[in-house]
Write a protein that binds this ligand. Structure first.
Ligand code: ADP
Ligand code: ZN
Length: 293
């Protein structure tokens, strides 16, 4: 079985081929440019690969509502050329195979639930904290879509007492993404995340905002695992800071031993590491193939 996988990020695209065990055999990566240039590269990669299905985890917002006239489109992005772009339709015209189509973070959540840190569980949340903040929601064995799709990065947090940074989200200013994504860290401290020392006060503030979101998400969704990925989470000192702050926020209210006694195994990095996104797309492709059989 040969499944095509596309991790479509706002900064870079990764395309690969994998199998039903989640093993990626081949992959390439290139910068995200104007959609025609980018999709040309995707199409030429898959041209001779004879895939049985293709899974796509895409940056968004995207239209994932079955039956919608713009199903498969990237919708309101400010990225040049991508607004209202028929991503899925462009691929369908080239390759007549089943497609899995979802957000990048939903794909990663699904990949983690299939082969990674949430394997065997029926729920998890997948956060990416990178250029933006996105949250994929997997619940009762299914990805959550609803009205459009969850946009957990734009929830409004309570402010840290020592933080007067205005926030940089173009829509909301000081939403979670505007306060805690990689570019917000850089704008607040005038240094990139990887340039800040591990004991810099930036990390306690970063953990404060992320823990607040995770606390709310635990209370709302009751996930069995919370997985934190993305470039900013390369700062592994954030994990203990976040775990402690989540426990403090919850204050014993959620009486699950996963949180009270084993939080180190509850809030974790992706089990699939850097391949979480691509494996997630692979899992979507595989699921699409199975539902058409
Ligand atoms: P993207 O979100 O575009 O897919 P990343 O997840 O790598 O890509 O996120 C990029 C953001 O993460 C940038 O703002 C960058 O400064 C930040 N970042 C990347 N690596 C690190 C690191 N090691 N430590 C802290 N921040 C990082
Ligand atoms: Zn926002």
């Amino acid at each position: 079985m040969r499944i095509g996988a596309i991790e479509a990020g706002g900064t870079k695209f990764v395309c690969g081929i994998g199998n039903e065990r989640g093993e990626i055999r081949d992959s390439i990566s290139f910068a995200t440019e104007h959609p025609e240039i980018t999709l040309d590269k995707v199409i030429s990669y898959f041209k001779d690969k004879q895939v049985d299905a293709i899974g796509i985890g895409s940056f968004g917002p995207i239209d994932i509502r079955h039956g919608s006239p713009t199903y498969g489109y990237v919708t309101t992005t400010p990225k040049p050329g991508w607004e209202n772009y028929d991503f899925l339709g462009t691929l369908r015209r080239e390759f007549d195979v089943p497609y899995g189509w979802d957000t990048d973070v939903n794909a990663a959540a699904f990949g983690e639930a299939t082969w990674g840190a949430a394997k065997g569980l029926s729920s998890c949340l997948y956060y990416t904290i990178g250029t933006g903040i996105g949250i994929g929601v997997y619940s009762e064995g299914k990805l959550v879509h609803g009205l459009v799709h969850p946009e957990g990065g734009h929830v409004l947090p309570r402010r840290h007492p020592n933080d007067d940074f205005a926030g940089i989200c173009p829509y909301h200013g000081d939403c979670l993404e505007g306060m805690a994504a990689g570019p917000a860290i850089e704008a607040r401290w005038t240094l990139k995340g990887h340039e800040l020392p591990v004991d810099h006060p930036a990390w306690e503030i970063e953990a404060f905002y992320l823990a607040q979101s995770i606390t709310g998400a635990i209370l709302l969704n009751s996930p069995e695992k919370v997985i934190l990925g993305g470039g900013v989470m390369q700062q592994s000192q954030l994990f203990p800071l976040i775990r402690d702050a989540v426990k403090e926020n919850l204050n014993g209210y959620v009486s699950a031993s996963e949180i009270l006694d084993h939080i180190d195994e509850y809030i974790v990095p992706p089990g699939l590491g850097q391949q979480a996104g691509l494996c997630g797309a692979l899992a979507l492709g595989l699921a699409a193939l199975r539902t058409t059989k």
